[in-house]
Design a protein around this ligand. Structure first.
Ligand SMILES: C[S@@+](CC[C@H](N)C(=O)[O-])C[C@H]1O[C@@H](n2cnc3c(N)ncnc32)[C@H](O)[C@@H]1O
Length: 197
């Protein structure tokens, strides 16, 4: 499958692709089961985006949850991450519903607005998290939800709180703080209500 362009690469803070072998392993599948973690947010027929997909730990789970009528867009700045995700998807028989998007300099362009966005351990690696959050807000349908996950310990709590404030500035409304081992998580929603001044 061909890849498409989405956002500005700034490789200096990006997790090297081979490091994903250390954290995307069978132990992680036990402590962060993708299907179970995302079941509350992802349903059959949905269109979803995994921003900074890495090796596709969550993307494969989402592909199982959306079924044959849904679509998972996997976005990453590293082609190797997309290749690995697609190879794993093919082995699992899920490749038909997963579409890779290679990041470049034009900002996020996903073929259609999505029902749900996941950014797991990726926003802190972007060159401009506030801008990335504005871009993610733009690709989400009104009423859609956005799950932000960041690594506890690796990222300081203050930095995570800063991301939350940036997400709220982008327009998201915080609707929950799901618990996930060794991670910091916030669930946001794109309000369907328009504010009037
Ligand atoms: C630590 S990995 C997490 C991977 C995956 N989400 C997970 O939880 O297993 C961070 C990923 O974000 C990607 N990334 C970093 N900056 C990015 C950007 N500006 N746009 C898209 N992806 C980015 C990296 O290439 C890497 O695959």
């Amino acid at each position: 499958m061909t890849t498409q362009t989405i956002t500005a690469p700034n490789q200096h803070r990006v997790c090297p692709w081979w490091v994903a072998y250390f954290f995307d392993n069978p132990l992680r599948r036990l402590i962060h089961p993708a299907d179970k973690t995302l079941t509350p947010y992802v349903a059959k027929g949905m269109s979803v985006l995994d921003f900074g997909c890495g090796f596709g730990h969550y993307a494969l789970g989402m592909a199982r949850l959306i079924g044959e009528s849904g679509t998972v867009y996997v976005a990453d700045v590293q082609q190797k991450m997309l290749d690995k995700t697609m190879a794993r998807a093919t082995r699992a028989g899920l490749e038909k519903n997963i579409h890779p998007l290679l990041c470049a300099s034009q900002g996020i362009t996903v073929p259609a607005e999505v029902d749900f966005v996941l950014a797991s351990n990726s926003i802190h690696e972007t060159p401009d998290p506030a801008m990335a959050l504005v871009e993610l807000f733009g690709v989400l349908k009104p009423g859609g939800r956005f799950l932000l996950i960041e690594p506890r310990g690796h990222l300081k709590v203050e930095a995570f709180e800063n991301e939350i404030n940036q997400a709220i500035t982008a327009g998201f409304v915080e609707v929950g703080r799901p618990a996930l081992s060794r991670q910091m998580c916030v669930l946001f929603q794109k309000s369907v209500l328009k504010t009037t001044t």
